[in-house]
Design a protein around this ligand. Structure first.
Ligand SMILES: Nc1ncnc2c1ncn2[C@@H]1O[C@H](COP(=O)(O)OP(=O)(O)OP(=O)(O)O)[C@@H](O)[C@H]1O
Length: 574
């Protein structure tokens, strides 16, 4: 949590002024009981109307100055807290985007969202409360006790006893409560995760009539959260009754001993009322202090959760090479005995992958589901690093390249076509932000997407969140256009034509083959027809490369390829 305080460094002035004005307000508040005592003893006691009016005016003035101080403090603390929250959120977002896929997989999306939203808000709230109350409340408690001592030492001893007892209750309850605060946020992660998954998969849930089961599963998680919140709430709820009992007993004792002292002429009535007011001030401030401490603990728990994310560093060390090295004679892409085991996964997803690709070649990658096709191509733009072996691009290990250079030269169309809310143009310009109208049109045409754009009213046609208003095939073609617009040297299509009909798929492959600059193209597909004309086909089976060669070669020497091919084409057709 301490590390997060750097986000307050631009608000040093506010961090000093907010508590200062709060203390000023508190100082004026501490004078009020003395003025009231004077009104009682001198004004009412001596029936001095003029004195009472004067003193009431003093009370109004104290209240006004207090109000101004309080509003000023509020302004500075809010400014610092909101600024802190904004910078923290921004920095956390930047950090999360900088993490590699491995860390993103490990942390999990729902907890990232809770940390970015609820945890940051809680930390911001903590900063605001601390700036306003952290000095003010102890100041009033000790100030009121000292004022009580100036009035009557014997009565003030009662204050000391009451404060010690109250502190035990307040801090005891707080200690019980703290461990629960982290659990509350964890349970919140669970509820959020479930909500997120259900909203994302709502169509599947309906298609399988799983609404009731999902509602039940959600109810269990929600109940878990409710239970821990109730438990924490019950413990906090003990605070008020306990503190009020102690304070009221102290007040009864104070009035009782005060009355005796008044009888003996040691204390005036006004002084007893002042002592009573100080006792009330202490009660109010201790309760505020307790809730402040709970807020601080919540904020620290949330702050620590945020710090945990900041502590996670990308397991991928950034390379320094900024030249892609097209001029080299080395193969464009080369896998040397590559294996990949995902973090936390027991078994390797890929083992012993060995092949090389020459510039301008088209490589087909085929294999059953889960055979490792996506894992293989994800190592080219360095979404994941090989656990052993080497992936080389233009003769250099991918790890040597700066990731922005690497990903600028590689165009990848993911298996799941993801588009963003906005118009078609802004989506395709993700590939090249300064793309001209002609470049956009050309990329769309190669991607066989001209009819999609026309049906949406042109490049300014709107795309809904996640491209919901497009069909699967339309989304795929827009994603392909997005990858093509940057004219990549290596183009990777990860099963990204699966929703296209055979004729469109064939036209697309033909257009890609004729691309200027002859990029090297990787086509991942389950369809033999999509890859059969590739210069080289890699056949995967259960994470191993079981075949490598052209279609004709593989038909002769690769059993798995034969199985796949003849399961899609009858022998006579083939
Ligand atoms: N992020 C990940 N974390 C852990 N394991 C993963 C991850 N991604 C894939 N795997 C595992 O790696 C193996 C290969 O998965 P991959 O997605 O590469 O297969 P694929 O051939 O592309 O499958 P499909 O054709 O179904 O898309 C699978 O067993 C899968 O469970």
């Amino acid at each position: 949590m301490k590390k997060l305080l750097v986000y307050l460094k631009d608000y040093k002035k506010e961090c000093v002024l907010a508590p200062l004005f709060k203390m000023l307000e508190a100082s004026f508040e501490l004078f009020v009981p003395l003025v009231v005592a004077a009104i009682i003893d001198q004004g009412i006691g001596l029936s001095d109307q003029g004195y009472i009016t004067k003193m009431v005016a003093v009370l109004v003035l104290l209240a006004l100055i207090g109000l101004i101080c309080s509003v000023t403090a509020q302004y500075f603390s809010a400014k610092a807290a909101v600024g802190f929250g904004t910078k923290l959120r921004h920095s956390l977002f930047e950090h999360l985007l900088g993490l590699s896929f491995t860390e993103v997989d490990t942390i999990g999306t729902s907890t990232m969202i809770t940390r970015m939203t609820s945890d940051v808000n809680q930390a911001q709230n903590g900063v605001n409360m601390v700036l306003r109350l952290f000095l003010r409340s102890p100041f009033v408690v000790f100030g009121a006790m000292i004022m009580a001592f100036t009035i009557d030492v014997k009565s003030a001893m009662l204050f000391v006893g009451a404060i010690i007892l109250l502190s035990f209750v307040v801090f005891g309850i707080m200690l019980l409560n703290i461990p629960m605060l982290k659990s509350v946020q964890q349970k919140l992660d669970g509820v959020l995760g479930s909500t997120r998954e259900n909203l994302a998969g709502v169509r599947v849930i309906r298609a399988f009539c799983k609404e009731e089961e999902e509602v039940e599963a959600f109810a269990i998680k929600n109940e878990g959260l409710t239970k821990i919140q109730q438990k924490a709430g019950r413990i906090s709820a003990l605070m008020n009754p306990f503190t009020y009992v102690i304070i009221n007993v102290a007040i009864v004792l104070l009035i009782w001993t005060g009355a005796i002292q008044v009888d003996h002429g040691v204390l005036s009535q006004g002084e007893v009322v002042a002592l009573y007011n100080y006792m009330s001030q202490i009660l109010v401030e201790l309760i505020k202090l307790a809730s402040l401490i709970i807020t601080i603990n919540k904020s620290v728990a949330c702050g620590n959760r945020i710090s945990e994310v900041f502590d996670i560093q990308s397991s991928m060390e950034e390379g320094l090479e900024r030249i892609f090295g097209q001029a080299t004679k080395a193969p464009v892409v080369e896998f040397k005995n590559v294996s990949l085991t995902y973090e936390g996964a027991g078994e390797a997803s890929l083992t012993g992958i060995d092949f090389s690709v020459q510039r301008g070649q088209t490589i087909g990658i085929i294999g059953g589901t889960g055979s490792g096709k996506t894992s293989l191509i994800h190592m080219i733009p360095r979404f994941y690093d090989a656990t052993s072996g080497e992936v080389l691009i233009n003769g250099k290990n991918v790890k040597a390249y700066a990731s922005d250079i690497l990903r600028d030269k590689i165009g990848i169309v993911m298996q799941k076509a993801v588009l963003f809310k906005g118009d078609i143009e802004s989506n395709i310009k993700w590939g090249k932000k300064d793309a001209t109208h002609e470049e956009l049109e050309a990329a769309i045409e190669i991607a066989q997407g001209s009819d999609v754009v026309a049906s949406k009213g042109g490049l300014k046609g709107q795309i809904d969140q996640a491209g919901k208003n497009l069909s699967g095939g339309q989304r795929q073609r827009m994603s392909i256009a997005r990858a093509l617009v940057k004219k990549p040297e290596i183009l990777i299509l990860d099963d990204s034509t699966s929703a296209l009909d055979f004729a469109t798929d064939a036209k697309l492959r033909k257009a890609i083959k004729e691309l200027e600059g002859s990029p090297t193209v990787f086509i991942v597909s389950q369809r033999a027809s999509s890859i059969q004309y590739a210069d080289q086909i890699i056949v995967l089976d259960d994470g191993k490369m079981v075949g490598k060669g052209t279609h004709t070669e593989l038909l002769v020497n690769c059993e798995v390829y034969n199985e796949i091919y003849y399961s899609q084409f009858k022998r006579e057709e083939a």
